[in-house]
Design a protein around this ligand. Structure first.
Ligand SMILES: [Zn+2]
Length: 461
């Protein structure tokens, strides 16, 4: 599989050292519920993980929970609670939301606070190697000691300085230096360290958990492209300064989500929590919406787009419901249909293997559905449905029960009777009345399909 690596700016082969893919995705800061922008990397990289598993890899996915942070402390102060209580509450809500989104829990979800002693050790080693310095209880990373700084974001140290609004801090040797350890302020959570009580910086949390749980070199480190600078640039600088080895083989960054072309913000009144959108449209429509756009491109959210996704999901389930009423052993009459399916399956996988093109793969699914209908052959319909189920499983789509809209037993028998009477009319060449029955039924949402084995009725949702 080839994926676009932010570091090298080209597609590169995913090539783990063995059959295990070691993958880190930056997780939430638990001070609020996750919103629809947060949901994108969770859904996209969950699907990538499942696709890699389908290809036979073992995947270890680490997704941190940042449970100590300025925003958590602020929220706790506003609500008159302890920061730990706020963090625990939103950690539980985060896992509940992953389930709502159909996202499997990561292999490890380490809370940052459980790793503070490891972070202290890590900072001590950076100090020993001359990559960091202490200023009154804070520890900073010295950016100029890592020659690769700026490679990931594609901007040199000089450009970063000119472009960024870097606040002047007299205590830093260089304005780009960043905090590895922050000395405790009054009433803030803190842990003991050789430099006095304090807490780790965010960039140090992720890098330590990645090194500790996955090893010095991992296959994939992923997140939104707003994390490239400074978060991932700073993670890379710390890890590679310490180990002297490649920290990450492939850096993957998903595009940003906008709402009707604008940045989403509570202050703009266009802010949506993921769970509210799931409640309105359902898990699969939400997943389909995210996966029907390429993960690296910007994604524009609107209720119309979600409505469309919901309708698209409904059409696939209609197809499955219709096809799965046919016994599974019924085969397509035309043997060329199975070579058609084989060719589409190949194409489906080729789309995913070339930069994880989920919209391309979903388009192949639509081609299968279109052709299965076109054949007007129950066997083709049945085989097409089986292919759709099999292919979409690693995307976490179309695995639910495909039930046609509920009809009572009496209605079903009445419908069968109407269809039988219409068949009789056709035999008697009373096509005018037969067509009228077809039209009237269509108005009621019942579609008739005439085939060599007779007529079947299908409910349109
Ligand atoms: Zn991170």
């Amino acid at each position: 599989m080839r994926l676009y690596n932010t570091l090298t700016r080209r597609l590169e082969e995913l090539s783990p050292a063995d059959d295990t893919v070691r993958m880190y995705v930056c997780g939430p800061t638990v001070y609020d519920l996750i919103h629809i922008g947060n949901a994108r990397p969770f859904i996209v990289f969950d699907a990538l993980r499942r696709v890699l598993e389908e290809k036979g890899f073992r995947v270890i996915l680490v997704q941190n929970v940042t449970d100590v942070d300025d925003k958590i402390i602020r929220r706790a102060q506003e609500e008159g609670r302890e920061p730990g209580e706020v963090a625990l509450h939103y950690t539980q809500e985060y896992f509940a939301d992953l389930e709502r989104l159909g996202v499997r829990p990561p292999t490890y979800s380490p809370p940052a606070t459980a790793f503070v002693p490891k972070m202290v050790e890590f900072i001590e080693r950076l100090l020993e190697k001359g990559h960091a310095y202490v200023v009154d209880g804070d520890v900073y990373f010295s950016v100029r000691t890592y020659p690769g700084y700026g490679e990931l974001s594609g901007r040199s140290v000089e450009e970063q300085l000119a472009g960024a609004r870097v606040e002047v801090d007299e205590r830093k040797r260089d304005p780009l230096d960043f905090a590895l350890w922050k000395g405790a302020k009054p009433r803030e959570p803190h842990w003991p360290s050789p430099w006095g009580p304090g807490r780790p910086g965010w960039h140090t949390e992720c890098v330590v958990m990645s090194l500790y749980l996955l090893g010095e070199t991992i296959d994939i480190h992923a997140g939104g492209n707003d994390l490239i600078f400074p978060h991932h640039e700073n993670e890379r600088a710390q890890a590679e300064s310490l180990t002297g080895k490649t920290f990450v083989r492939l850096w993957l960054h998903n595009g940003m989500l906008t709402v009707r072309g604008e940045k989403m913000a509570k202050s703009l009144g266009n802010f949506y929590y993921a769970r509210d959108v799931v409640k309105l449209f359902g898990t699969e429509a939400v997943r389909y919406f995210y996966l029907s756009r390429h993960w690296r491109k910007p994604l524009d959210f609107s209720f119309e787009a979600l409505e469309e996704a919901k309708a698209a999901v409904g059409r696939v389930y209609n197809f499955l419901a219709e096809a799965e009423r046919i016994p599974s052993e019924v085969r397509a009459q035309d043997p060329s249909f199975s070579s058609f399916l084989q060719e589409k399956e190949k194409k489906f996988w080729a789309e995913l293997e070339e930069d994880f093109n989920t919209p391309g793969a979903l388009a192949v699914v639509q081609e299968i559905i279109g052709e299965s209908y076109k054949r007007a052959d129950p066997g083709a319909l049945r085989e097409g449905a089986a292919a759709v189920r099999r292919l979409c499983r690693p995307l976490g789509l179309f695995q639910g029960e495909a039930s046609a809209p509920e009809l009572g037993k009496l209605s079903e028998e009445l419908l069968n009777l109407v269809v039988e009477l219409r068949s009789q009319l056709r035999k008697e060449k009373n096509f005018a009345l037969a067509d009228k029955i077809r039209e009237k039924l269509a108005e009621l949402g019942v579609e008739l399909r005439d085939g060599p084995e007779g007529t079947r009725w299908v409910l349109k949702a």
